[in-house]
Design a protein around this ligand. Structure first.
Ligand code: CA
Length: 226
């Protein structure tokens, strides 16, 4: 999932990049209309996050040109608290949603995920591996027809692993995915949560295993029927 971020406030751009990456998104970040326009015209992004006041112009011009090119990607605007006119202009100009600065990173992630889940958008609602099925919008996990009760932080980890099933997820990415939850994330939090999750998956007969690749990360894979 590749996201375009256009924001000229360096500090904010950095925070948003970090947040998106921890949410398992790839991000390209630009600070000017010119650079962003070039990127939008050449890369197929799954969604864009646009600031409006940019050093060389108006973020809404980017939106306008993208729509003129026939690009239907979801666009989220970042607007100032008093930017009512911007929001109205933006929504009329084809933006899908907006967020008022300052905002919580969790909310930005939730909005982006919601946009990506819309019909025709990139993010699948249903993730599956083995007998395991996860509905990411309802946060419901099933093994076959049986609903499994999984605590929120474990289900967050499970979602990240499921999104990259069969591929290695670095431990750090899993840790970052847990930031924003209430508790501190200490170095062994992920291991503790994964150990509980493994037990749950085994007991529930999910038909998947979370493999540890020492020093690298973790991988969720379907159990082979030998
Ligand atoms: Ca700005």
């Amino acid at each position: 999932m590749r996201i375009l971020l256009v924001e000229d406030n360096e500090r904010l751009a950095e925070l948003v990049c970090q947040g998106l990456r921890s949410g398992s998104f790839a991000v390209d970040s630009f600070a000017t209309v010119e650079d962003a326009d070039l990127a939008l015209a050449s890369v197929s992004y799954d969604a864009a996050i646009l600031d409006i006041g940019l050093p060389d112009g108006d973020g809404l011009d980017l939106l306008k040109r993208a729509r003129q090119r026939g690009q239907a990607l979801p666009v989220l605007l970042l607007t100032a608290r008093d930017g009512v006119d911007d929001r109205v202009r933006g929504l009329n100009g084809g933006a899908d949603d907006y967020l008022v600065k300052p905002f919580a990173m969790e909310e930005l992630l939730a909005r982006i995920r919601a946009l990506l889940r819309r019909p025709g958008a990139a993010l699948g609602v249903q993730l599956s591996c083995g007998r395991l099925n996860m509905d990411t919008s309802a946060r419901e996990v099933r093994v076959g027809d049986t609903v499994m009760s999984i605590p929120r932080r474990e289900s967050e980890l499970l979602e990240q692993l499921l999104r990259r099933a069969g591929r290695v997820v670095p431990k750090r990415a899993l840790e970052e995915g847990l930031y924003g939850f209430d508790d501190d994330v200490s170095s062994n939090t992920v291991e503790v949560l994964l150990s509980r999750l493994r037990k749950r998956l085994t007991q529930g007969g999910a038909g998947v295993t979370i493999h540890t690749l020492r020093g690298v990360g973790y991988m969720l894979a379907e159990d082979r029927c030998d």
